[in-house]
Ligand binder design. Structure first.
Ligand code: SF4
Length: 416
């Protein structure tokens, strides 16, 4: 034990993981949280290579997948959050070649925030900046104690940093704004927990904006004005503040305008940054790679003749399935049948469906072609982009018979 590996259990991509192996399996994982240990130990139910539910040779399955994509008029390629950047780039190339709709999970979660960061509309920082400098950390609609279990201990609240030598409590203030008392809210403490009603985030932001402008804050849900004024005072005194934006906030806002207004005001009176609490380990990588290639972060359709991309809500996975505008689908490292509303996702079972994944899931159970791939960061290497935009190199730990998803995508592209 001396080599450090990266955990791909979430977009924190913790890089201090040590493992012990036995009989070509990971026996013990050191330093990772429970979620990371589960991820690194691999699938309990590995995917098999099948065509029409019959076991198949990998070359036959790849040929069948290529045939489905070649024959489709409007194929959909979706997933990508659990794939290396190398695989994502090959997927973008494949989408161009077959004129596919191309989307990922950011389309219905952190996408707008990542887009605003890439367009320099929101001030951001790295996780290391938070560890070394942050004295005020707001978890807004985020519960990292569950979603990113080492966020508080490794980067945000508890650790000592260069400018935060005394660590938590004495040197840092953690605040939670949420609709329920999450585990993170419990850690922040009752006096630093601001419980708002469902959908009340925009109004609470505007009330906070008033308080930051020394006006009396008002909300239709009667939140104690004194507590909002106290919060504004803490934020004004921050030397280096950060808002960790979770899904609870994203789902509550109709658009990001209230967040832009609040961040502008906070940066008038103090120094505040925003951190998107990205879930899947390389979702942000997909956004970066597609942005670089096509100028958009998600929801595109490529023209196979010109390779130009059209972009808009109609090209999102949700609208494409709801409107039944796609006639075949390739799903990579994702389970939309579990994560999307059934009224939308059930259409996937009506069209020729290909899945590439290390593990079986509900979506793979409906697929015409299933191709098992190596588990990223364990059975295959590559690069990925952490939640803060920093590129991280993944090392392979174990050998496997399964090909990396990048290699499968390369072979499908060549076969078309
Ligand atoms: Fe892995 Fe995330 Fe846990 Fe870190 S916090 S060990 S990246 S699951």
């Amino acid at each position: 034990m001396s080599e450090y590996y990266v955990c791909t259990g979430c977009a924190l991509l913790c890089d201090d993981i040590e493992v012990e192996t036995e009989n070509s399996k990971i026996k013990t994982v050191h330093a990772a949280c429970r979620k990371g240990v589960a991820r690194m130990k691999g699938c309990s139910d590995p995917l098999e290579c099948t065509v029409d539910s019959e076991n198949a040779d990998i070359d036959f399955a790849i040929a069948k997948a290529a045939e489905i994509l070649r024959e489709a008029e409007n194929p959909l390629i979706f997933g990508h959050g659990n794939s290396s950047s190398e695989a994502q780039k090959l997927s973008i190339g494949l989408a161009k070649k077959v004129g596919a709709y191309l989307d990922d999970t950011s389309s219905f979660c952190q996408g707008p925030v990542i887009e605003a960061i890439l367009q320099d509309k929101l001030k951001t920082c790295t996780l290391d900046d938070i560890r070394h400098k942050a004295d005020v950390i707001i978890f807004w609609g985020a519960d990292p104690s569950n979603s990113h279990p080492r966020h508080l201990s490794r980067y945000s609240y508890f650790p000592r940093g260069k400018e935060r030598q005394r660590g938590w409590e004495e040197d840092r203030t953690a605040i939670c704004v949420d609709v329920r008392k999450s585990e993170t809210a419990v850690i922040c403490g009752d006096n630093r927990f601001y419980q708002i009603p469902m959908g009340g985030d925009a109004e609470f932001m505007d009330a906070l904006l008033s308080a930051l402008s020394s006006k009396v804050p008002k909300t239709s849900f009667g939140f104690d004005a004194k507590r909002i004024l106290e919060l504004a005072n803490v934020l004004k005194k921050a030397k280096f503040g950060v808002i960790c934006v979770g899904l609870g906030l994203i789902y509550s806002l109709e658009d990001l305008e209230p967040l832009f207004r609040l961040m502008d005001k906070l940066n008038e009176v103090s120094d505040f940054n925003l951190m998107p609490m990205v879930g899947q380990y390389n979702m942000r990588g997909f956004n970066h790679n597609l942005y670089e290639e096509a100028g958009y972060i998600n929801r595109v359709k490529f023209n196979s003749e010109t390779a130009d991309a059209e972009h808009g809500p109609d090209f999102s996975v949700v609208e494409a399935l709801r409107n039944k505008t796609v006639d075949a689908a390739l799903v990579i490292g994702s389970d939309p049948l579990s994560s999307l509303p059934l009224s939308v996702s059930r259409y996937l079972a009506e069209i020729p469906l290909i899945t590439i994944d290390p593990c079986r899931n509900l979506t793979s159970s409906k697929a015409k072609v299933t191709i098992p791939c190596a588990l990223g960061g364990v059975e295959s290497g590559g690069t990925a982009v952490r939640m803060d935009g920093v590129e991280v190199e993944l090392k392979k730990i174990l050998d496997t018979e399964n090909l990396p998803d990048a290699e499968i995508l390369r072979k499908i592209t060549e076969a078309i």
